[in-house]
Ligand binder design. Structure first.
Ligand SMILES: *[C@@H]1O[C@H](CO)[C@@H](O)[C@H](O)[C@H]1NC(C)=O
Ligand SMILES: *[C@@H]1O[C@H](CO)[C@@H](O)[C@H](O)[C@H]1NC(C)=O
Ligand SMILES: *[C@@H]1O[C@H](CO)[C@@H](O)[C@H](O)[C@H]1NC(C)=O
Ligand SMILES: *[C@@H]1O[C@H](CO)[C@@H](O)[C@H](O)[C@H]1NC(C)=O
Ligand SMILES: *[C@@H]1O[C@H](CO)[C@@H](O)[C@H](O)[C@H]1NC(C)=O
Ligand SMILES: *[C@@H]1O[C@H](CO)[C@@H](O)[C@H](O)[C@H]1NC(C)=O
Length: 491
């Protein structure tokens, strides 16, 4: 009896406690508790997430980590004054936060190997960094594209760093890069299906890194004027045409563009590293005066750019603050033009293993005027040579004609034809052209039969053969038709 009474009492107390909890719960639920504050909210199950459903605004960090969680919905949360980190959830395929508008700190997603669906349809502002890494199956996140955030910028805005690495993402256009100009470091690497990053209004940034993304990857930063560093790797096209200042390093590696030319860039505070750009045949920074000069070392490295044969786009570069390492077939790139000015307390080395084909004194360094003169002289010489050659040929023709014509006369005379040369000299010339017996008026004046017998000197032995050949050729190709003509006329 006593045991039963104590049991009943205990049960009663339990029920009362439960009822009290229920009442408090309902009360707090109906009030829709505005702000929940706690250092860290750790979520491993969906019910952990549901427990936050009554908090519209949360101050604190939310971290989600679970090997078994397959789907996560953050209901009710509108604003997070803290960061949201969802990482290493091996089975997680879906994440959704239907009311979330604002994340005041970082938004990190990492190592979510099964995640395919990310739905954040009201997210306007990430006040600090977005870092999404190792999410290979995520191709098209669903983000807000309409409406404006508290700063008046449309879509989803990031006001800190942006890191998108090793994801399946095909486009970043869901982020608003279109109408605002502030973002921190940008690192977009290893996204094999991403073909373009178009940050069309970005004016200033810090470090910009693009590497190992999709084939024929394009980087469009047409309004970017200042940044800390810029690193392009495996990029095929770019527009960085407004860039004037880099306070840190410019790095170009393994790109597939042919021309790298930034004609506004006048300052690089760090290194210039240009390596392995197999297609690049032009590297031009015409306004750049110095490499380094800031807090960075200012090395200048050119290596493994197999199509680059000249470093002639650096007309104003007068100093390199660190080491200069040049290699390749760099024609017309004199390392002595870039004297080192090692920064305080540092020392550097300059190695120049490039093959420069240093022109002696009359190579490509010839002034334009001289080149013009040389060309003119060459043309004149060529004309002279042609003239002399023609005269010589004409003389030969004339000389050749003298012994050549008579055989026709021989034919007409019915005399057996002699082979050629001196043997025909004594025969009566040119009779077929005139009436028999008639001698052209000028003929006697020019040459007498006597001179004709003597004037053509016996050609040197080696010429005789040529003359024989020429005469033979003439008799075949020139004289024969003329004979046919004659017979044709005659008939
Ligand atoms: C809760 O978040 C919303 C949405 O960001 C905001 O408008 C509201 O001022 C916040 N309330 C409090 C008490 O911080
Ligand atoms: C936010 O991310 C940045 C890097 O982008 C990091 O430096 C910072 O410490 C992070 N903040 C927090 C609270 O984790
Ligand atoms: C998940 O994402 C895929 C495409 O990525 C989409 O076709 C599908 O409708 C999404 N599922 C849900 C529940 O949103
Ligand atoms: C880049 O974005 C701007 C504005 O958002 C747009 O006008 C332009 O067409 C885009 N360019 C490409 C190649 O997508
Ligand atoms: C040039 O390329 C070769 C082979 O890819 C590599 O071994 C070498 O380290 C590269 N040199 C530089 C300076 O990058
Ligand atoms: C320049 O070349 C030297 C020797 O070839 C090497 O020790 C040094 O690390 C190189 N510097 C850079 C910045 O590549």
């Amino acid at each position: 009896m006593s045991s039963g009474a104590s049991f009943g009492l205990a049960k009663c107390v339990q029920y009362a406690a439960f009822a009290a909890t229920m009442i408090v719960g309902i009360a707090s639920g109906s009030e829709a508790q505005d702000v929940c504050t706690q250092d860290t909210y750790t979520i491993t199950t969906q019910s952990d997430a549901d427990a936050l459903g009554s908090c519209n605004n949360i101050t604190g960090l939310i971290t989600v980590q679970s090997d078994t969680l397959t789907s996560l919905t953050l209901n009710g949360i509108q604003r997070l004054d803290g960061s949201l980190t969802i990482s290493s959830c091996a089975a997680l395929t879906e994440i959704s936060a239907p009311q979330l508008q604002w994340i005041n700190d970082n938004f990190t997603l990492s190592s979510l190997l099964q995640l395919t669906n990310l739905s954040l349809p009201t997210l306007e502002t990430v006040q600090m960094a977005i870092s999404w890494t190792d999410i290979p199956l995520l191709t098209s996140p669903n983000l807000k594209t309409k409406g404006v955030d508290a700063y008046g910028n449309p879509g989803t805005n990031i006001y800190g760093d942006l890191t998108i690495s090793d994801t399946g993402i095909e486009t970043l256009d869901f982020f608003n890069f279109g109408s605002f100009s502030r973002v921190g470091d940008v690192s977009v690497t290893g996204n094999k299906d991403l073909k373009i990053v178009n940050m069309s209004s970005l004016v200033t940034s810090s470090l910009l890194e693009f590497a190992d993304n999709g084939e024929s990857f394009q980087v469009l930063l047409p309004k970017l004027t200042t940044a800390e560093g810029l690193s392009l790797q495996d990029v095929m096209q770019f527009d960085i045409s407004s860039l004037t200042t880099l306070s840190a390093t410019l790095r170009l590696e393994d790109n597939t563009f042919q021309v790298f030319e930034l004609d506004q860039l006048n300052a690089i505070g760090g290194d210039v590293i240009v390596r392995g750009n197999q297609m690049m045949n032009k590297f031009s920074l015409p306004l750049l005066t110095e490499i380094g000069g800031g807090i960075y070392s200012g090395d200048f490295v050119i290596a493994n750019n197999s199509a680059l044969t000249a470093l002639d786009g650096l007309g104003k570069l007068a100093a390199v603050d660190g080491s200069t390492n040049l290699s390749g077939n760099l024609y017309n790139s004199d390392i002595s033009k870039y004297p080192n000015r090692y920064s305080c307390g540092t020392s550097g080395t300059s190695t120049d293993t490039a093959i420069h084909y240093h022109p002696p004194s009359s190579g490509p360094a010839i002034p334009k005027a001289t080149k013009v003169v040389i060309i003119i002289v060459c043309i004149v010489a060529a004309l002279l040579a042609t003239g002399i050659g023609l005269r010589w040929w004409a003389k030969r023709r004339r000389r050749g004609r003298v012994p050549e014509e008579p055989p026709i006369s021989l034919r007409e005379l019915g005399v057996g034809e002699e082979e050629e040369g001196e043997g025909v000299d004594g025969l009566p010339p040119y009779r077929r052209m005139g009436k028999p017996g008639e001698v052209p008026p000028g003929y006697k004046a020019r040459e007498s039969p006597q001179t004709r017998t003597q004037i053509p000197p016996p050609p040197p032995a080696r010429l005789r053969g040529i003359r024989g050949t020429v005469a033979g050729w003439r008799s075949t190709f020139i004289r024969l038709p003329s004979r046919h003509e004659e017979t044709a006329h005659g008939v």
